[in-house]
Design a binder for this molecule. Structure first.
Ligand code: GCW
Length: 611
């Protein structure tokens, strides 16, 4: 088997530690680090995740809780490795729960996975490579992630049996490994599970159902006493849930939360609930309103160990959307922000898309204290570079940094990540710039002004202007010869009224709505004059041509690094850019010809479509 890349922990070889807990591991890392080190003392004690780094006469002291010192040692080694001043002082992780959700199926496939097969499952069994599992734990701890769900939220047989004796002994072994790295397991469960285990219902208010979950949960905790909790996708995309039994989501979530409570477990409940079979004739239903409509009124009704997990966008992880209004609501409910590292709508880890600038946009609108936890859909698998694209691994690194600090820090993580991966300073500088530009470039060719959804249905890579207009999973922009988009202001679906002021008024008015979100919130005529005097149509043309040029520039910058970086990495990413540039051209031509043929208005600059 090919040795995987070291990624953002270049200072450590692959190894199976002798350490039995995080504090010991912190010491072992110092022993094994492949770099010259000053004297470093580790003072660990207690369960905390905070740490402090102080310089001493001959070196440094890292002190803190058991997991805290592990984070501290990584932070110290990172600075020393890239030869930058060590940040002294105290650090406490901002979000107590910093989760990754794998969408891995037990047959080994990964839903929306673009990085090979699962690291945990094969042929309906739990199967893993010990060295890789340790390395994965090491990566997670180095970037501060402390909870991982290994199985898909779409729980397919036999993953529904992960909470039974069939799989718990094996799952326990993974939990035992990841615990050393300060990482706890979460399990995705299927709400209807009792109906396949002797009961004729999964109604959350039926006592027998509650007893069944209590018993099963006690069994789970007898194997994994520190399980972080359960993750649930209910009443979503054809999965069963409380609505199946005429109950609301607080009733469903609380029943499970009560089973977890005695063990200190959390019930993480996803709010991705919407009508996935919306009739194209129906203009009343508006998908981005769904999460808020389903949940906001339930504020105050959830038990205190329930966390509602809310996608950053009210649609579904598009390149750009308004921030989910549900994130601003429900002040008496614990909430987790869910972002997606897996590049489902952002280029499948073929096209370069560094996410921290996107998160910056979210956090600029949604202050960090609106949510109490954070989660990302994982982007790794068994590929040689973990993430399918060597640079996509830095999205994992950047997510960890966001979860630890509560701040996206796009520039800082791009710079630090690039330096960790590329020793050559010029190469690192170039990669940093490429990362920071990449998401804007992709947005230019793939998603005009927040419109989204012009992707190939099902696959979600590559352009299809009307794919979702005519699909049974319809998501509509309703473009015609004079206008495009759904009106979400008061004159339309009134989704904007789900936001608090001042956002409500800002978004509701076409004149104050930020332009990058114009087609997310409004139906706009093609001749609408934008702030710079160009028409919407001309801006659509211009952005797409600019996106294509941007992709070519990214490619050229990458090619300029030949000889400066390891050849295998260079070649892998070179191949990706060939695909990306072709993809960008296709997007540019297809979207531009689509709008040209709808309007009959040519590009002012007479550029050629389909060259
Ligand atoms: O975006 C959609 C994806 C599904 C996914 C779902 C979800 C896991 O296309 O593949 O299912 O979101 O988040 O539940």
């Amino acid at each position: 088997m090919e040795q995987k890349i070291r990624g953002f922990i270049p200072y450590l070889p692959f190894f199976i530690p002798e350490a039995k807990n995080s504090a010991e591991l912190a010491g072992e890392i110092l022993d094994r680090a492949e770099m010259a080190l000053p004297e470093v003392k580790v003072l660990a004690g207690g369960a905390g995740e905070g740490y402090s780094i102080r310089s001493t006469a001959g070196g440094y002291t890292v002190s803190g809780g058991d997991t805290g010192v592990l984070y501290g040692v990584h932070a110290l080694l990172r600075s020393l490795y890239v030869k930058e001043p060590v940040r002294e002082g105290e650090a406490v992780p901002y979000y107590p729960l910093r989760m990754l959700n794998h969408w891995d199926n037990m047959d080994g496939s990964v839903e929306r996975g673009y990085a090979g097969l699962s690291l945990f499952f094969r042929n309906d069994r739990i199967t893993w490579n010990e060295t890789d599992m340790h390395r994965y734990g090491m990566m997670l701890s180095s970037t501060g992630i402390n909870a991982v769900c290994l199985n898909n939220v779409n729980v397919h047989f036999p993953a529904d049996r992960l909470i039974t004796e069939d799989f718990l002994p094996e799952l326990k072994k993974i939990a035992d490994i990841l615990r050393i790295y300060g990482v706890k397991l979460i399990i995705s469960i299927d709400f209807s599970m009792p109906t396949r285990n002797g009961l004729d219902t999964a109604d959350p208010l039926d006592e027998r159902v509650a007893r069944w979950w209590e018993k099963q949960t006690a069994l789970v905790y007898s194997y994994i006493p520190d399980l972080a909790g359960y993750l649930v996708k209910a009443d979503s995309e054809h999965r069963a849930g409380p609505y199946t039994y005429g109950r609301n989501h607080a009733e469903g979530a609380n029943m499970l939360a009560k089973a977890l409570k005695p063990f200190g477990g959390k019930l993480i409940w996803r709010c991705f609930v919407y009508d996935c079979g919306q009739d194209w004739r129906n203009h009343e239903i508006d998908r981005p309103k769904a999460a808020y409509d389903n949940y906001a009124w339930l504020d105050g009704q959830f038990d205190d160990n329930v966390i509602l997990q809310i996608k950053n966008g009210p649609y579904d992880f598009q390149v750009r959307e308004g921030v989910s209004p549900l994130l601003f609501a429900m002040p008496s409910t614990q909430k987790a922000l869910e972002v997606q590292l897996a590049q489902e709508y952002t280029g499948h880890q073929i096209d370069l898309f560094f996410m921290a600038p996107q998160w910056q946009d979210i956090y600029d609108v949604m202050p960090k204290d609106k949510v109490q936890a954070i989660c990302a859909v994982a982007n790794v698998g068994d590929s040689v570079n973990w993430a399918g694209h060597d640079l996509a691994l830095l999205n994992l690194y950047a997510f960890g940094s966001l979860a630890m600090t509560g701040e996206p820090r796009a520039e800082e993580t791009a710079a630090a990540g690039a330096k960790l991966m590329f020793e050559d300073r010029e190469a690192a500088e170039t990669v940093k710039d490429m990362l920071l530009r990449s998401c804007r470039v992709y947005e230019d060719y793939a998603s005009p002004f927040g419109l989204g959804w012009m992707v190939t249905p099902g696959l979600h890579y590559g352009v299809s202007c009307e794919g979702y207009e005519y699909d049974v999973w319809g998501t509509y922009h309703r473009a015609n010869f004079e206008a495009v988009g759904i009106e979400r202001g008061p004159g339309g679906t009134d989704m904007t009224s789900q936001y608090p002021e001042p956002l409500r008024s800002l978004y509701a008015d076409i004149d104050t709505c930020p332009e990058e979100l114009l087609l997310f919130f409004h139906r706009v005529r093609y001749d609408h004059v934008m702030k710079d005097g160009r028409t919407l149509l001309q801006r659509i043309y211009d952005n797409h041509f600019r996106g294509y040029e941007g992709a070519k520039e990214l490619q050229a910058r990458w090619l300029s690094l030949e000889g400066r970086i390891a050849e295998d990495v260079f070649l892998r990413i070179r191949d990706k850019f060939e695909l990306q540039v072709a993809n960008a051209r296709r997007w540019c031509d297809t979207v531009n010809t689509y709008f040209y043929r709808h309007t009959g208005i040519p590009d002012e600059q007479g550029r050629k479509i389909w060259d």
